[in-house]
Design a protein around this ligand. Structure first.
Ligand code: WT7
Length: 659
């Protein structure tokens, strides 16, 4: 892994941030938790055992809270049995909450659906029976390639109910990316849709599944297709099945049995520092405990009165933890929206907040910055007075965006006290929120995630793994195992150990740089490895480089994440073309290579710029100096280039760039 040093210079200003926003007395008085929770969590094992028993209904109680004897392979709530779907659904119905709305679905074209807990339970039972009728058994993998429609939640919970392991692939990934994930997980079933709606137009998904499965050698037996936009789609008789027909034919009765606490719940692929995405494996008891707990204490959820809306896509971990699992386990009412924020107009989100009286909104800094750019007059047209708590996730939130979020969204409607903001740091690997202020307890600081949640041991260490004093920066680590931690990388336990546990002895290395301020509060400084963060989506420089060099014109490629005012980082690629590359007249090589990356990985990975250069800056040992490329991509003078084999390369690139 190439380790860059933590460069905190750009953040010095950030750390001079002096604003503090203590909780209002009213919010604090009514909050789900108080300052004393930190003391209560000092006995970590007892604390988590208590959370597991109070937040979940176990069909068999566990005997041991944590087995860490085979570290870094953890077992939580050993011997316990629990069913995720029963906890998210049946038990609420049994408790008389069947009529409570689970999901207010808002389609992009404006169609809506109100789904109660009773409705959702019945759909999940039917889907569970349907999947079982297709031969899906406990432990089998199911690939899910669906848009943001209720069927995505139904599919995930139906898998969990029968102990099948879902592997959701974001709809923005290409057929090739889908195929490699299907192959790695050896999925037996794929659940997809004809397509969805994007900015007022139908967009398709099923053709990518057909492409992915075109070549033989895969493990998929059936493809279940939800009809969403009615587009014409190809149909493979015998393999393809209609969702509606299957569910209609299935029985609405299904008894959930408890699965082992460590039974695999899902695999979710994420980009690492090498070309091959990692299948992050999460298991049942610990994951459900920590997601449910954090959803309650960090968002101060009051299930009987709140309307919660997380704007993430189900294809990312945020959608897994804070749409499918935690809110339903906690019996919340939530909004699910299919489309983009600007369709049919830039006020769509705020219209949704007004319509459903959303009280808790959880979104990403990139969205906040986009809305800022569109202008404060747009949210001002809507009644946002229902909002009482705001969350942020995915990347560091800059203080300007934080203040805008607080004042324009959280303070809308002339509230005396704007809604508190919780900036939540976590990762696909951590499964659930790890660092966040507690609303009603923590005095918040614009731009900082601040404090580990009770029960979690986070630290910032130097190169040698020593804890840094306040006022200093280093690498973010987690010192103790936590319930929602990843258990391994699917099929590659060595890579799991190597990636997360080998950099610092006995500590989990998150891949992020961080600083402690004078109060000991944590400020995240971004990735210190070859992982980029574009609009809160994780992309690997190496993976995009591999995609570029797979094109016949390309001899070499180097990719960097350059600072971008809206998306946080933007992908910028530098490529050297092969001498013999035959580029047709009138063809724009950069545009063709951007499209190629889109085809290989997916539209989300397309570089913002592809720059054709004669040489790449390399050290005498042949290593590409990405730092220098990042400097030029961000418009800085690349400074010291004396370690380069050919120091003139950078001048040439910079001159080319100016053209
Ligand atoms: C990486 C994880 C967790 C769900 C979404 C992303 C960055 C995430 C924050 C935050 C600063 C953040 C980190 C982390 N990140 N949240 N609040 N402040 N940085 O999940 O795709 O696994 O990415 O996102 O760099 O390592 P992911």
């Amino acid at each position: 892994m190439s380790q860059q040093t933590v460069n905190g210079d750009a953040f010095e200003n950030l750390l001079r941030e002096e604003r503090r926003f203590p909780p209002s007395p009213d919010f604090a008085a009514a909050a789900n938790v108080h300052e004393d929770i930190y003391a209560a969590a000092e006995d970590r094992t007892a604390f988590w055992a208590d959370q597991a028993r109070t937040r979940l209904t176990w069909s068999k109680d566990f005997e041991e809270t944590l087995d860490w004897s085979d570290a870094p392979f953890a077992k939580w709530f050993v011997g316990g049995k629990v069913n995720a779907a029963y906890n998210a659904l049946d038990r609420h119905v049994e408790n008389g909450l069947g009529d409570r709305v689970a999901i207010h679905f808002e389609g992009e074209p404006g169609d809506t659906e109100t789904i109660t807990y009773a409705d959702l339970t019945e759909r999940v039972k039917r889907a569970a029976n349907a999947f079982e009728s297709l031969g899906v058994q406990e432990g089998d993998r199911v690939a899910v390639y669906l848009p943001m429609i209720p069927e995505a939640v139904v599919t995930m919970l139906a898998c969990a109910r029968i102990g099948a392991v879902h592997s959701v692939v974001f709809g923005g990934f290409s057929a090739d990316a889908l195929r490699s994930r299907i192959d790695d997980a050896e999925a037996k079933l794929v659940v997809t849709a004809d397509g969805t709606y994007r900015r007022g137009k139908p967009s398709s998904l099923k053709p990518a599944v057909d492409d992915a499965l075109a070549e033989p050698g895969h493990t998929v037996e059936h493809v279940v297709v939800v009809r969403r936009n009615g587009q014409d789609i190809a149909w493979t008789e015998g393999r393809d099945l209609h969702w509606t027909e299957l569910l209609d034919a299935a029985s609405p009765e299904h008894t959930a049995v408890g699965h082992d606490s460590e039974h695999p719940l899902f695999i979710l692929y994420t980009s690492g520092t090498t070309g091959k995405p990692k299948g992050i494996l999460h298991t049942t008891g610990g994951y459900l405990t920590q997601t449910a707990y954090t959803h309650s204490v960090v968002f101060d959820l009051k299930p009987e009165s709140d309307v919660y809306w997380c704007t993430a896509d189900i294809g990312w971990v945020t959608g897994h933890s804070y749409i499918t699992y935690a809110p339903l386990i906690n019996g919340a009412t939530q909004v699910m929206y299919e489309g983009t924020p600007d369709s049919p107009h830039q006020g769509r989100w705020w219209e949704i907040v007004e319509k459903y009286k959303v009280s808790i909104l959880y979104t990403a800094p990139t969205a906040i910055r986009t809305m800022m750019k569109w202008g404060s007059d747009i949210p001002a047209k809507y009644d946002l007075s229902s909002i009482r708590l705001l969350g942020s996730v995915g990347e560091p939130i800059n203080p300007e965006a934080w203040m805008w979020y607080r004042e324009v969204i959280g303070g809308s409607g002339g509230k005396a006290e704007p809604a508190p903001i919780v900036d939540t740091w976590w990762q696909t690997e951590t499964g659930a929120i790890m660092i966040a202020p507690l609303p009603g307890v923590t005095a918040t600081k614009p731009g900082s995630a601040q404090v580990p949640i009770p029960g979690i041991a986070v630290d910032v260490v130097d190169e040698s793994g020593n804890s840094v004093p306040n006022g200093h920066g280093g690498f973010l680590v987690i010192r103790e195992p936590w319930p929602a931690m990843l258990r391994t990388i699917w099929g590659d336990p060595e890579r799991y150990k190597d990636t997360y546990w080998s950099r610092f002895d006995g500590m989990y290395f998150a891949g992020d740089g961080a600083k402690k301020d004078d109060d000991g509060d944590i400020w995240l400084l971004g990735r210190v490895d070859d992982v980029m963060n574009v609009s809160g989506h994780r992309l690997s420089t190496t993976e995009i480089e591999s995609a570029l060099v797979s094109h016949e014109w390309v001899a070499e490629a180097a990719v960097v994440g350059a600072a971008d005012p809206t998306t946080g980082q933007a992908v910028v690629a530098f490529v050297i073309l092969r001498g013999e590359a035959e580029i047709p007249d009138g063809e724009d090589a950069s545009a063709a290579l951007r499209a190629h990356v889109g085809k290989e990985i997916g539209p989300i990975a397309k570089p913002k710029h592809v720059l054709v250069v004669p040489e790449l800056p390399k050290t005498r040992s042949g290593k590409i100096m990405r730092r220098l490329l990042k400097d030029v991509a961000e418009g800085r003078d690349p400074g010291d280039a004396t370690t380069l084999a050919d120091p003139s390369v950078m001048q040439q690139i910079a001159a080319d760039l100016r053209k």
